[in-house]
Design a protein around this ligand. Structure first.
Ligand code: GLN
Length: 460
């Protein structure tokens, strides 16, 4: 098969199912066919191409793509065509990956269901009355619906792993700083981490290896090579986990997972034990404060990052009729351009950071973050990886959690600790509950991304 044939087949698939799934905000047919032709031409000339050359990919709309619309799911960025590529985008193009288009997401990556997109929700391909997870529901749904074999997501509090879990796909959050943030529309800079979405663990590892590694343009990028995640995935696929210690977090047991999810989780742990893994119990008492700490830190950082959307520099400008002052133009633009959840976070964050409240809220949340990292460090003395369900519940019906923000935030119960710590974590399919997919989450120490790929591949 030529790369052009592969791209065409996926573009046709998109045409056939998008009416039901709505995974994409923008399909770049011409760009994809041109990139595919470049790969075919290089091959015809006998040039060597990498393992993913000619493979189509869908990219979350929070990643800047040169000349291709990038909205981050927000009205405020409607019509913006970035003048540059994100570092991970440059690396994917150089590797010959063929970008099909940009995927739907909760506005500025804030949400767990993709219902907070300004452009309408994405529908879960397993059951289109249900959510595909969020914020990266478009990327996960595109992979699950065979519109793309690979996709890019970003994980700040679970937005790669939770959508993977509820769509029966694989999603990995690399070590924070292991993949570059340069060219990401920033949400919470101390947490934002781009990573791979795929249908198999090995595919995710191949993509991780291409996008990962040091980037001098990102000051928090780790100046070390990515661990050999591809070799680790292949080792895991042999099905031998002897000597691997799985840590079960005591505080997560019986804590909020619905019965079907808890049952699928126990079965997947049993399956890993049959492959030779050993189970140890670990205690992480600070994990119960992870959700409240995250919902102070993430909104605080977002209130600062989103200050740049002022109606002057990017996208939307409201009230630009000569009758309004500059300040009024900024106010009107932000009033019209941001959705309700984004406004809620900006207000929360601005409040938490205001003089006099800093110590009580943001300062306190940072202390909790330190305690969570200590819990992880102690747990990893006894265990090689920690395992948990990815999310407490299967894909919920559209509209069922939008009226109560707390119910939406609960989707992140198990994913947030590893974001606050910074270590890698992956979600792999772990069976079904009531006919809907459940995910197993595997968390590893920082820069030990290879460990989680090994265990994840063994479960497949
Ligand atoms: N659901 C979380 C939030 O709303 C996670 C977001 C993310 O990882 N981008 O903040």
């Amino acid at each position: 098969l030529s790369a052009v044939e592969v791209a065409t087949a996926h573009l046709d698939r998109i045409d056939a199912v998008e009416g039901k799934v709505h995974a994409f905000l923008h399909v770049d047919r011409d760009g994809a066919l041109k990139a595919a032709k470049d790969v075919d031409d290089a091959r015809a000339k006998g040039e060597t191409t990498g393992p993913l050359a000619g493979v189509p990919i869908a990219v979350k709309d929070v990643i800047t793509t040169k000349g291709v619309p990038t909205t981050a799911g927000s009205k405020i960025l409607e019509g913006w065509r970035p003048p540059y590529d994100a570092t991970i985008m440059t690396r994917m193009r150089e590797a010959g990956l063929v970008m099909l288009g940009k995927t739907n997401m909760d506005e500025f990556a804030m949400g767990s269901s993709t219902e907070y997109s300004a452009y309408g929700p994405t529908y879960n391909p397993w059951d289109t009355t249900r959510i595909p997870g969020g914020s990266g529901g478009g990327s996960a749904a595109a992979v699950a619906a065979y519109e793309a074999p690979l996709a890019i997501g970003t994980d700040t509090g679970g937005s790669i792993r939770q959508p993977a879990a509820v769509t029966g796909t694989v999603g990995a959050k690399p070590t924070y700083g292991g993949t570059s943030r340069y060219g990401l529309v920033a949400f919470s800079s101390s947490l934002d981490t781009p990573g791979p979405c795929a249908r198999t663990v090995e595919d995710a590892a191949l993509l991780h290896a291409i996008i990962g590694g040091h980037d001098p343009r990102d000051s928090t990028s780790i100046p070390q090579p990515v661990p050999d995640v591809v070799a680790a995935a292949r080792l895991g696929a042999t099905g031998d986990l002897s000597g691997v210690r799985l840590g079960l977090v005591k505080e997560f047991a019986g804590d909020g997972a619905e019965p079907g999810v808890a049952a699928a989780y126990r079965e997947s742990v049993d399956a890993l034990v049959k492959l030779g893994a050993e189970v140890v119990e670990v205690s992480c008492p600070s994990f119960k404060f992870a959700l409240p700490a995250y919902y102070l830190i993430a909104p605080s950082e977002c209130s600062s990052n989103l200050a740049r959307f002022d109606g002057v520099r990017f996208g939307l400008r409201s009230g630009d009729d000569g009758k309004h002052s500059l300040e009024e133009v900024m106010q009107l633009t932000r009033e019209e351009g941001f959705g309700a959840e984004v406004k809620r976070r900006i207000i929360l964050g601005t409040y938490a950071l205001s003089a006099g409240y800093y110590d009580a809220y943001y300062g306190q949340a940072q202390k909790v973050r330190t305690l969570i990292s200590r819990d992880f460090a102690q747990a990893f003395e006894k265990a090689d990886v920690l395992v948990a369900p990815t999310t407490p519940f299967v894909a919920f019906p559209l509209g069922s959690r939008t009226s109560d923000p707390y119910q939406m935030y609960l989707a992140d119960l198990y994913t947030i600790p590893s974001n606050l710590y910074g270590g890698p974590a992956i979600s792999v399919p772990a069976g079904l509950s009531e006919g809907l997919p459940v995910g197993l989450q595997i968390m590893a120490p920082t820069m030990a991304d290879d460990r989680m790929y090994r265990v994840a591949a063994a479960l497949e």
